[in-house]
Design a protein around this ligand. Structure first.
Ligand code: HEM
Length: 133
């Protein structure tokens, strides 16, 4: 069982590692360039996304600490994504990369949060499909 501090550390690690890959990904990297501090750089670095990363981390801390109502978080998510005009395959790519990220840690202690996280990702994927496709 992870302590609150360890849980936050694990969330930070997953989010940072996922975004390091996603921001330069051949399929979805261009979506993140839309919100980069330095969109003209060929290779994006994590520090170009500091305000974004903070919001993402807070979102996930909240997902794993409070009894979050799914409707509330979906509204936040849709608000952030409506203007991006995401294609179906881009959603698939995001999901694949995120699941890959979660599969990297094989520590017994992270098993519980990983399973919850996978479940949440699948819920959000369904919600995205319903709204956008
Ligand atoms: C179910 C899948 C997804 C989840 C759970 C998710 C999660 C999030 C969260 C929590 C935010 C921040 C919201 C805020 O600012 O408060 C965000 C923003 C963003 N997401 Fe996603 N995302 C998903 C899919 C995608 C996909 C498929 C793409 C692009 C291919 C994408 C690209 C972005 C971008 C560019 C932003 C920043 C929008 C802005 O600040 O204007 N996301 N996402």
């Amino acid at each position: 069982m992870l302590s609150e501090k360890e849980k936050k550390q694990y969330i930070d690690e997953v989010v940072e590692s996922f975004y390091t890959k996603a921001i330069n990904d051949i399929f979805i990297g261009y979506q993140f360039k839309k919100i980069s501090d330095k969109p003209d750089n060929l290779n994006q670095v994590l520090s170009d996304f500091n305000p974004h990363l903070l919001r993402i981390k807070n979102f996930w801390y909240q997902q794993f600490s409070l009894p979050t109502e799914i409707e509330t978080s979906e509204r936040t998510l849709f608000h952030a994504h409506d203007k991006l005009n995401i294609r179906r395959g881009e959603l698939g790519r995001w999901i694949t990369l995120f699941k890959e990220e979660l599969s990297l840690s094989t520590h017994k202690e992270t098993q519980d949060i990983k399973n919850k996280w996978l479940h949440k990702i699948e819920k959000f994927e369904k919600a995205f499909i319903k709204r956008y496709f």
